[in-house]
Write a new protein. Structure first.
Length: 605
């Protein structure tokens, strides 16, 4: 025989032997559907599953589906595989309860695990991978626990809850789902916490559709199309403490309304941070929204009555907060810095309250474009290229803001807005204002400083701040509320221990300063009126008292040190009920009524 042929045959036989030896190491047992019957038996009986009471333990790997018909049992894979051929379901449970599945690798089925009309079941320490559709599919089931599993490379969804309630999904590692990592359809009162969800290619890491009252907390979400997606009228969901990084959208609320609460999340380095689209009455609060490549927060297409409060927003690739074609939103108490475009941008939007924000080091602090009837009040707008711009935007109120160290303070194009709140409340503080403060009293007719400039600050021909503030408006908001009426204090001093005694009709506070200072106290006439007695350190002191139809203003000076200040007048008795919407009884419906409403929202009266 030819020597080369003999050598070739020997090599072939050697390789076949190696392959046969390799296959002999791991043999897949069983070849038909396996049942754990209601009576506790295993069918067929030759299946490599050992029963010890209510515990069923794999002796070897298995190649087929398992149907569970018995409640109150434990299925322990003991580290073995349950493998399919891209069809059927790995483990199916229907109409049973209190079943635990653990320590098994389930792969290459259509569905890895299927629970239908089941409760109090537990899936833990299990690997579910390469399912043709769903890794874990839970339908019409409640009070189940899916914890500490590895769910990977499933073709459609890692974990799906369908019409299911009060389930807990926690501590799982869910990765490389072709569409969604965790998905809820018409499911409520579920809890998803401390999961790692990554690389959901075509949709969301955590996606909710027509699902309500769910909790999404402390998850690590990265490299997905959507970090968290709420859609199709999902409402009353809570999302808190999640770390959401490097997704196309960090969070998207789409056609979802009514009290979804996004609070205390770390949302950074996404293409878009938070996007709200065609949704209303949602809350975005106390989130860190950092270094996102587009908008940090964007509201679009009739996303109304949303609140964005006390968020930290930095290094936005576009705008810090962008509001388009939306109305009646609140933007309050946010710290916004280093936006490539505007810190806050309103586009075709109206009736927005922009109150008490700190907006710095951006191209533009606030921009209004084709937007009207907005309130811009008590914001710090500093160190921007442009403080505030108005284009084709009129009928907004802009007052009690601090414009400091902006290259250009403000500009207007085809816009007419109101830049002060009248006398004695005043307008804005402009650090480049060069006017004097020698006069006081109504319309500045009498001698004496009142901390309001004697001449207007001119923004444009029809845009003037008639009462510019000589000192910055304090931040945060300096309004203190007594009997639902505000008392405002403007001073460089430290103000503390502010209180009101209705029996004495007396306001009392401490003022501490390292240098001689002045202070302005604005008191609503609906709180105190009549003859005032003014004392500093229990000694009657000289002061300049001005007035307007709504309030008194007390302006006084004091030396360095700590001082006790008392303002006593006549307490104004009022009926216990006030006609809505004039909540503070001053016969004017304005932003201060809205602040009272917001501060008391949800309280039981």
């Amino acid at each position: 025989m030819n020597k080369q042929i003999v050598t070739g045959l020997a090599l072939t036989m050697f390789l076949v032997g190696i392959l046969a030896s390799a296959f002999s190491i791991r043999q897949i047992k069983a070849s038909e559907t396996i049942y754990i019957r209601a009576d506790g038996s295993v069918d067929p009986s030759a299946t490599p599953i050992m029963r010890s009471g209510d515990v069923y333990t794999f002796n070897d790997s298995i190649e087929d589906s398992i149907v569970v018909q018995r409640s109150n049992i434990v299925i322990d894979g003991a580290g073995h595989d349950l493998e399919g051929m891209l069809g059927g379901t790995g483990i199916s449970l229907s109409d049973i309860q209190n079943v635990t599945i653990k320590n098994v690798t389930i792969k290459t089925f259509d569905k890895g695990i299927h629970l239908e009309r089941c409760s109090i079941c537990n899936i833990t320490l299990t690997n579910v991978t390469m399912s043709y559709s769903y890794g874990v599919y839970v339908v019409r089931s409640s009070n189940n626990n899916i914890a500490k599993n590895n769910i990977s490379s499933n073709n459609v969804i890692g974990i799906l809850l369908d019409t299911s309630t009060s389930n807990r999904i926690s501590g799982n590692n869910i990765t490389r789902s072709t569409y969604e990592g965790i998905s809820l359809y018409s499911s409520s009162d579920n809890n998803m916490s401390e999961n790692s969800v990554t690389n959901s290619i075509n949709s969301g890491a955590l996606s909710l559709y027509t699902s309500s009252n769910n909790i999404i907390s402390a998850n690590d979400i990265s490299n997905n199309r959507y970090g968290i997606l709420l859609s199709l009228s999902s409402k009353n969901n809570s999302m808190s403490g999640n770390k959401i990084t490097d997704n196309s959208y960090g969070v998207r609320l789409q056609s979802s309304s009514n009290n979804n609460d996004l609070r205390g999340n770390d949302i950074r380095e996404n293409d878009e941070g938070i996007v709200v689209d065609d949704s209303y009455s949602n809350s975005i609060t106390e989130n860190s929204v950092l270094s996102n490549r587009g908008w940090s927060i964007g509201l679009f297409h009739s996303s109304n009555y949303c609140s964005m409060v006390n968020n930290s927003i930095a290094n936005s690739g576009l705008d810090g907060i962008f509001v388009n074609s939306s109305s009646h939103n609140t933007i309050s108490g946010n710290k916004i810095t280093n936006s490539t475009m505007a810190g806050i941008f309103l586009d075709y939007s109206s009736n927005t309250n922009i109150v008490g924000n700190n907006i710095t080091h951006s191209h533009e602090g606030i921009n209004l474009t084709t937007s009207s009837s907005n309130y811009i009040i008590a914001n710090n707008i500093g160190n921007n290229s442009i403080g505030m711009g108005c284009k084709e935007s009129s009928n907004s109120a802009v007052y009690h803001n601090n414009f400091e160290n902006n290259t250009d303070q403000a500009y207007v194009e085809n816009s007419v807005n109101v830049w002060d709140n009248g006398y004695v409340s005043g307008g804005n503080h402009w650090d480049d204002y060069d006017g004097t403060d020698k006069n006081c009293s109504e319309e500045q007719c009498f001698d004496g400083s009142d901390m309001i400039g004697d001449t207007p600050y001119v923004i444009g021909a029809e845009n003037k701040d008639k009462y510019p503030l000589m000192k910055p408006w304090p931040s945060p908001l300096p309004s203190l509320w007594f009997e639902n009426y505000s008392v405002q204090v403007i001073s460089n001093s430290s103000i503390a221990e502010f209180n009101f005694d209705r029996n004495l009709g007396q306001i009392r506070f401490n003022a501490t300063t390292d240098a001689p200072d002045s202070c302005r106290v604005i008191v609503s006439k609906s709180l105190l009126d009549g003859a005032f007695n003014f004392l500093v350190d229990n000694v009657s002191a000289a002061c300049c008292i001005s007035w307007s139809p709504k309030c008194h203003m007390i302006n006084f000076n004091y030396s360095e040190g700590s001082h006790i200040v008392r303002v006593a007048g006549e307490f104004v008795e009022r009926p216990p009920l006030r006609e809505f919407p004039d909540l503070n009884g001053d016969r004017i419906v304005d932003i201060y009524d809205a602040i009272i409403l917001a501060s008391n929202w949800g309280k039981q009266l």
